[in-house]
Structures are given as structure tokens and as C-alpha cells.
Design a protein around this ligand. Structure first.
Ligand SMILES: [Mg+2]
Length: 188
């Protein structure tokens, strides 16, 4: 099976790292309990341009200092043995180097990596069978295209439910959904 996998808030805890540096930049002190929006910068009252300026300044540190979720590395190592693994992230190209260095440092193997905002287009083009992601808008777009998503549970995606969404609140559940979908695909 060809599996597309997001990084931020799917493989790793991006919320904590963003809050750490956004708090430094703003002098505010938000915690993960305050986050209920996929676009975390809105918590700080920033507009897109303000966020982009802060992100250019702190993005490298944010991405380098993000921690993998429990069991993510171990399960990704297992999946790499059996499946084609494509990392698909909406991070800008500016952060390609820190991203690949982070993956190497954490012993995460993959076959391809793509930095792109339009994940549906990328997945259709490269024939990805399932996307693992936390983004509510991706889950909805993929459902409209009849493509399954394993939705890594976050406070801002709880309201997304449809027949193509397989919800996972940890990496053991991700693995169970992958195994199920691989079986289903083999039988089809
Ligand atoms: Mg994400």
C-alpha cells in the first residue's frame, strides 16, 4: 500500500513546539489546553502576515525541537518494511533541510518526501492509497474524492466524521487502521 503521512501533529507534537516559540515571540503564555483551532496563530490574534514573519524567524527551531508522538517512530519503522511511505507536509520549502535532518535524527525512514499545500492533488498524482493527517480540511476534501484518511485526533478535528475517516488517537490505533485498509485493498 502507498501511505501518505503528514508530519505536524501527526508524527510529532507540533502544538507544544509552536506554543513554546510563539509565547516567546508574543510574551503571552498559552498552553496546549488553549488550542482548539488548526490555525494555532489565531490564538495570538495575529493575521497571516504577522504569523508568516514570526514563523520565518522561529520555524527552524520549532521544527527541530518538536518531539515525536509515543510509538510513532517504532510503528513507522514497521510500516516502512511493508509499505511505500511518502511524507507529505504543507511546510514551506524553506524548511526542507531541517525537516529531513529531523527525520534522520529520529530514525524515521521513508521513500519520498513532498512539501505541498494541495495534498489531495499530490496524493491523486502519486496514487497514495491512504493519507494519515490531522487536518480537518484534508479529511473533508479526501472524503469528497472517496479517498480514505486516517485522522490523527486533535482538539480541532473532533467534529469531522464521515465514512472515509478512520479516527486514531495514538499510533497503535493508526497501525490497526493501516492493517485493516491493507487487507481491504488486497481483497478488492
Ligand atoms: Mg498536520
Amino acid at each position: 500500500m502507498h501511505i501518505g503521512i503528514d508530519l505536524d501533529n501527526t508524527i510529532l507534537d507540533a502544538t507544544s513546539a509552536h506554543l513554546q516559540y510563539y509565547n516567546i515571540a508574543s510574551g503571552l503564555s498559552f498552553t496546549p489546553d488553549d488550542v482548539n483551532d488548526f490555525y494555532l496563530y489565531r490564538l495570538y490574534g495575529w493575521d497571516r502576515a504577522e504569523r508568516d514573519a514570526i514563523y520565518s524567524q522561529y520555524g527552524h527551531d520549532i521544527h527541530w525541537n518538536s518531539a515525536p508522538f509515543p510509538m510513532a517512530v517504532e510503528i513507522l519503522q514497521q510500516l516502512f518494511e511493508q509499505h511505500l511511505i511518502s511524507i507529505i507536509t504543507a511546510r514551506p520549502l524553506l524548511f526542507l533541510d531541517v525537516t529531513t535532518e529531523w527525520l534522520k535524527y529520529h530514525n524515521i525512514n521513508y521513500h519520498t518526501i513532498t512539501l505541498i499545500e494541495n495534498k489531495l492533488q499530490a496524493c491523486v498524482h502519486s496514487k497514495v492509497d491512504v493519507l494519515i493527517d490531522d487536518g480537518p480540511h484534508y479529511a473533508e476534501e479526501f472524503a469528497l474524492a472517496n479517498k480514505p484518511v486516517i485522522l490523527y485526533e486533535q482538539p480541532y478535528n473532533l467534529s469531522v466524521t464521515n465514512e472515509f475517516v478512520y479516527r486514531a488517537s495514538n499510533w497503535m490505533e493508526v497501525k490497526q487502521h493501516v492493517d485493516y485498509l491493507a487487507c481491504k485493498l488486497n481483497r478488492a
